[in-house]
Design a protein around this ligand. Structure first.
Ligand code: MN3
Length: 211
């Protein structure tokens, strides 16, 4: 994934579209992945077409070194590269039978930083409910090895400088409106049930080598 560059191809989901039922419904997943996510991939390719050396840049580099992009494509690249990265990161840490709580190293890190898993869950949920408009909530490993909860508007994400992201929650309305309408709290209850903590643990171990 880290070496991918233009032309970007959409990644398939690591589970069937109905694989997260009954917590996240098939229709929501179909529109979210096949329409919203794919539109970001296509938008990124359109913005990069004919941009010369930037066609060889990876997703992470396009986002984190966006200051080097020509002004005429910068906004479109940042917006779409963020949309691609964020959706792949979000979809990638979901699974049919999520465990109720993490185990292993990331579980210990959550305990150290938040006191308990329950307290972490409460704080993460509160951040998601308070987030105004469209955006994401993140669990991030900071350079000092503590974990923190961050939010980002629109398709921004915590950039490389701020730490290493472990988990994200998409709280754009398209992620839940078909099933839950305005009841974001119901969506959160369902989302916690399908978090793939094994994936978060793998990300944590990889991040520990990087920060
Ligand atoms: Mn989305």
């Amino acid at each position: 994934m880290t070496t991918r560059h233009y032309p970007f191809e959409p990644l398939p989901l690591p589970y069937p579209l109905d694989g997260l039922e009954p917590f996240i419904d098939e229709k929501t997943m179909r529109i979210h992945h096949d329409k919203h996510y794919v539109a970001y991939v296509e938008g990124l390719n359109r913005a990069l077409q004919g941009s010369g050396r930037f066609e060889c840049w990876t997703l992470g580099r396009l986002y984190c070194e966006s200051y080097a992009l020509p002004r005429c494509i910068r906004e479109a690249v940042v917006r779409n590269a963020g949309g691609v990265f964020n959706h792949e990161f979000f979809f990638g840490a979901l699974c049919k039978r999520g465990q109720d709580a993490p185990k292993g190293c990331v579980a210990s890190a959550i305990h150290r930083s938040f006191g308990s898993f329950e307290n972490f869950q409460k704080k993460f949920t509160a951040a998601a409910l308070e987030l105004f408009g469209s955006g994401y909530v993140w669990l991030v490993l900071r350079p000092d090895r503590t974990l923190c909860i961050m939010t980002s508007p629109n398709q921004h994400h915590p950039c490389c400088r701020e730490g290493c992201p472990l988990l994200t929650l998409d709280v754009w309305e398209h992620a839940y409106y078909l099933k839950h309408q305005n009841r974001r709290a119901d969506y959160l209850d369902c989302w916690w049930r399908v978090v793939n903590w094994n994936c978060v643990e793998e990300r944590y171990l990889r991040c520990c080598c990087r920060v």
